[in-house]
Structures are given as C-alpha cells and as structure tokens.
Design a protein. Sequence first.
Length: 339
Amino acid sequence: MLARSAVRALSANSRTFSSSAARQTKVAVLGAGGGIGQPLSLLLKTDPLVTSLSLYDIRGAPGVAADVSHVDAHSEVNGYPADKLDEALDGVQVVVIPAGVPRKPGMTRDDLFNTNASIVRDLAAAIGRVAPTAHILVISNPVNSTVPIVASTLQKAGVYNPARLFGVTTLDVVRAARFTAGIAGVKPADTPITVVGGHSGATIVPLLSQNAHGKAIAGDNYKALVHRIQFGGDEVVKAKDGAGSATLSMAYAGAKFTNSLLRGLNGEKGVITPTFVESPLYKDQGIDFFSSNVELGVNGVEKIYPLGPLSAEEEKLMEACLPELKKNIEKGKAFVESS
Ligand code: NAD
Ligand code: LMR
C-alpha cells in the first residue's frame, strides 16, 4: 500500500548560508586511496564548489593527495594517513565515504556486510565526535544497511540529524538514463529516470513510466531494461573478473551527487535528485529509509517527494522491493544495537 500523501518538508532551521560561508566548503573523502576514492577525489578537485579537500585512507591517501593537488583548480588538498582520521575530519562540512571492500563475481552486496559494517560504523563514530554537523554521503555497500548503520551510530552519540545523511544511489540513476537513452535512440539528457527504493537488485525500482521515452518501452524490452538497471553492478563485477566493481562510473556518480548537495547547501533552489534517506514514505510498513526524489537545500534534505503515479509493472516491482529493503535496514540497525 503506497503512502503517497506522506511528504515531509523538514523544518528549515534558522541558519542561513552567507555568501562567504558558501565559498568555504571543505569536503573529506574517506577511502580516498581506493578504486572509487582516487577518481572521485580527482573529480571533486575540479568542482568549483569545493574549496578544500581532505583525503583519508588507511593506505595511500597522502600519495593520492600529492598527485591530485597538482591539478590547477583553486581548492587546496591535504592527505592523511591511517592514524590521522580526526585531523582529516577537522572542520569538514561534507564527508563522502567510499571506504570498504568491493564485490567479486558470485557475491551479493549483502555478502560485504561482515567486512564493511564495522568500517562504516567506526568512521561514523569518528564523524560524530569530530564533525557532528557534517553532511555524510555513504557509498560503501551494502548501502541499504550501511546508511542505517551510520544513522544508528550517530543516534547513539546523540548527534544524528536525518537531514544530513544520504545513501548515494546516483549510479542507478545514471545507468537508468544511459540504458534507456540507448534503447530509445535519444540522448541521456532526454531520459532522466527517477529510481526509487534502495541500492541492490530487486530493491532498485526504476520509474520508467514517468518518462515519455521510458514509457514507450514495453514487453521483453521493458523487462530486459529493468533487469539491466537493477543488475548493472553485476555486469561490471563480471567484466572486471575479480578485480572489483564499478569505480569510474561510481566516481562520476559520487561527484555528481556531491555537486548537487553543494549546490543545495549554497542556496540554489530546485536541486532535486533521488537519494536514500530517512523517509516517511513507508515508515508505516516499518521501513525507515527509502530512496525517492529529494530536494536538497541549505540544511541538506529539504523535502522528500512521494513516488507519483506508478504503472502496474512498477507496483509489482515495489512489492518485491519493500520486504528485501526492510530486511537490509533491520540488519544494519541490529548490528549497531549489538555492537
Ligand atoms: P577499493 O577496495 O578499491 O577501495 C576501498 C578503499 O577503502 C581502500 O583504499 C581501502 O584501503 C579503504 N579502506 C578500508 N578500510 C578503511 C577505513 N577503515 N578507513 C578508510 N579507508 C578504508 O573498493 P572500491 O571499488 O573503491 O569500492 C568501495 C566501496 O564502494 C565498496 O563497498 C563497493 O561495494 C562500494 N560501491 C558502491 C557503489 C554505490 O553505488 N553506492 C558503487 C560502486 C561501489
Ligand atoms: C554498483 O552498483 O555498481 C555498486 O553497488 C557495486 C556493486 O557491487 O555492484
């Protein structure tokens, strides 16, 4: 049963961004030495909205920082080794987390839980201590569980603000636009597809019916397209043949979402994109986190949009999404409770 009326406009607090504050944006990347972290750091270096970049990893961040710092964009870049996490987080407004292990062929994202849950929990605890007002963008998988882990960890520390926590599902949106455009024979700019739910297999629900080109794709083509969007990650894992999962397209997607958030934080109006946040949409079914279109503003999450009209196929996709998503979220919360 869809709770379509459940739209939340988070109460805007009284803080407004002055133009000078808008020009000072310090962003940290935790896991900056990795397959995603390196190209993501490079792309963030070239983002004019980033004034300072703090690169942290348990391995190799100072080297990545030295390399990236030579790019002739105005931001400053600093690298921090394993024992300098607190220094890396000092004064940051935005923290992007691609730390953790990636999949190998035959694995699900949930198979990464045992390793990545504690990595993400410990990083979240440090953020809660050193940069409690930072906006946190979680890339590490399984996103459906790691976002609740961050939320519960910050809650334990008494500093959780749901307006500042985001699971990055932008790669699903990027894939949906690209794959749909390929079939329709148009440009990806003409096929912005809202992707809702979570970030793994059946929890990824593309709302193709809400785009004219997407709506025109039917029958076996529709089924194949939905499957490709839901399992695009597996396609890359298989092609990389044991060398990891999507890194370059993810770095692009991560930089794209970070830029959207920074635009919102800087006061730009109408910045709307899907992201996995604490959401009222399915709370009545015990699902506290959900990805749908979110307006980003000076406080982070400004407004959470309902799904809008769904086709019969999309209603079915939602039926498959919700129970799996619920399990993933509960697993993340239980992990922190038992920690
Ligand atoms: P990778 O192994 O290449 O890099 C991970 C990096 O994290 C490594 O440099 C490692 O040293 C670092 N790291 C490990 N523990 C750390 C800690 N405690 N603190 C700081 N850094 C730490 O992996 P990758 O390909 O960059 O993928 C990273 C994660 O992103 C994986 O969990 C992967 O599944 C996920 N991912 C998510 C999406 C998405 O759409 N959200 C897309 C692609 C990959
Ligand atoms: C993706 O969608 O590419 C990522 O979540 C990585 C993966 O494990 O598939």
